[in-house]
Write a protein that binds this ligand. Structure first.
Ligand code: ATP
Length: 503
């Protein structure tokens, strides 16, 4: 698993998808830049989402709100008071941990211990070794499991209840059951606010403290009436937005899964109070369908319904995806009641109500939210698509089987030779196709190597121009996934690519 994930990260760099930010200065942690291919993949995912949400729903419109918002926004949203992570420092190692993530480290540690015991026993008993039986009867293994599990479940509860003293005590207990690099010297657990602050204005005395938005949703809430009135929108209707969000994440690892600067794609759907249960189900289903439409495999998705709810929600579920490091949250679907609009009414003193002609009443609408991280979706698509394939002739190939609709480059045009007029025909084909698709020209190396390069790049089609093309205006088109080749007329190329990559 770890090796798979390392391969994903190095492939993303090697093929111009994702670079460490400011790499020549040794980088900034949990901040990344998207390269020539990454920027296209990211844009295609964003467009695929936008099309499904805005273009195909006549009651959802778009918005592009600013990153900076009035500071009271974050008071009203609850972020100033409640957008915290519990932190604990280790005095020996001088390392800082997010308490809930530390729990994951312990789980991994305990798993590793058990595996070590299993491997030892397997060696000793050889063919006679029965792993299931061993796991159930070996006292040491049973103890690890029992001890670890009980403490971990108590720890999970204390974290949920924000019982910080308990959290510390349980971490110390875990340390005895399963030492973390021999250190027992922990500080108190503290809450740490995740918002980045900055200042507006040049004058030190009058400058206003601002925050970089930690989510895009609030820009939608504060514009609810602007959009509703100017667009004459009737409930139910939605507002969709994509854009950057910033969080001062403490544990920044797992590549672009958890970043400090990232992009969200959010949609807030405004509804009549009392209808939230139905809409919650509708949007759970619609969003899952959107994911499945990309063909990454149904078995890689699952819902995780929340038991403990955030202060703003009356129901919440995550769509989890099987990342290289296990199932993790990819998208959240939240029934937010009237929490946000009511709170903004209170803090701004402005009414944020809707006049419903049908019932002849003013009310604050309820909100159903779908919220997905663009970068996380990028990682889901990219990691799921990267494959090592055994070929018939006992060689392997690396192929990035991106859904064609999302692939950065749709076709590579390859002249078989760099002479005899073949490059000219290739360039002509590019000039025809480039108005509709992102296509590239490649004449370097033998054609087999060029195919491999495009496989690894994720390009769904290779179009090869040869001597026959001069005579009958046909080319071969090679399909990335099946590696099958067919002879087609140059004039048919546009239609073939269209059929494969259309949203
Ligand atoms: P997590 O529990 O993983 O920190 P969250 O529950 O705080 O996520 P939300 O606040 O619901 O996440 O944000 C909605 C979506 O935004 C998430 O489902 C995720 O896809 C994305 N997201 C949140 N934080 C980050 C981050 N630091 N880096 C990349 N994407 C993120």
């Amino acid at each position: 698993q770890e090796d798979d994930f390392k391969r994903v990260i190095s492939h993303a760099k090697e093929y111009g998808y994702v670079f460490q930010s400011s790499e020549i200065y040794d980088g900034l942690s949990a901040i990344y830049d998207y390269g020539q291919n990454g920027v296209e993949l990211k844009k295609n995912i964003r467009d695929y989402w936008w099309k499904a949400m805005v273009q195909l729903n006549d009651n959802i419109v778009g918005l592009d709100a600013a990153i900076f918002m009035h500071p009271l926004t974050w008071k009203a949203s609850g972020h100033i008071d409640a957008f915290n992570d519990p932190l604990i420092d280790n005095k020996d190692s001088k390392k800082r941990y997010r308490a809930d993530v530390l729990v994951e480290d312990y789980v991994a540690k305990i798993d590793a211990k058990i595996e070590k015991e299993v491997n030892k026993a397997a060696k000793r008993f050889g063919d006679a070794f029965d792993k299931e039986q061993f796991l159930q009867t070996n006292q040491r293994v049973v103890d690890y499991q029992e001890q670890g599990k009980t403490i971990l479940s108590r720890l999970g509860k204390s974290l949920q209840n924000e019982d910080l003293a308990d959290v510390k005590a349980l971490i110390e207990e875990l340390d005895i059951a399963c030492p973390m690099s021999g250190s027992k010297n922990w500080t108190e657990v503290k809450q740490f606010n995740l918002m980045f602050g900055t200042k507006l204005g040049a004058n030190a005395e009058t400058a206003m403290d601002l925050f970089l938005r930690p989510e895009t949703a609030q820009g939608i809430f504060v514009n609810f009436l602007n959009v509703q009135k100017s667009g004459r929108m009737k409930l139910p209707f939605g507002i969709a937005q994509t854009g950057k969000a910033f969080r001062n994440e403490i544990v920044a690892r797992q590549f672009i899964f958890r970043m400090r600067e990232f992009e969200q794609m959010e949609m807030q759907f405004f509804i009549q109070p009392g209808t939230q249960k139905e809409w919650y189900e509708v949007w759970k289903e619609k969003r899952m369908k959107w994911h499945l439409s990309l063909g990454l495999g149904q078995e890689n998705y699952r819902f995780h319904d929340h038991e403990k709810l955030a202060h703003y929600a009356d129901a919440a579920s995550d769509i989890e995806f099987r990342f290289p490091f296990g199932f993790k949250e990819l998208e959240g679907i939240h029934s937010r009641t009237d929490f946000d609009l009511s709170s903004h009414e209170k803090f701004s003193g402005k009414k944020l109500q809707y006049f419903d002609h049908e019932v002849n009443k003013n009310y604050v609408p309820y909100v159903l939210e779908t919220s997905i991280g663009l970068d996380r979706m990028f990682l889901a698509v990219f990691s799921n698509s990267l494959k090592e394939e055994e070929l018939e002739n006992n060689t392997t190939r690396t192929v990035l089987k991106l859904p064609a609709v999302l692939a950065p480059v749709k076709a590579a045009i390859l002249p078989l030779l760099k002479k005899d007029g073949l490059p000219e025909i290739a360039h002509q084909i590019i000039d025809d196709l480039k108005w509709d698709f992102n296509v590239i020209y490649d004449e370097k190396d033998a054609v087999g190597r060029r195919y491999r390069r495009q496989d690894a790049n994720g390009t769904p089609f290779c179009i090869t121009v040869d001597h026959q093309s001069l005579e009958d205006q046909t080319v071969t088109i090679r399909h990335r996934d099946s590696m099958e080749q067919e002879r087609v007329a140059i004039s048919a190329l546009n239609g073939i690519i269209h059929d494969a990559v259309d949203m």
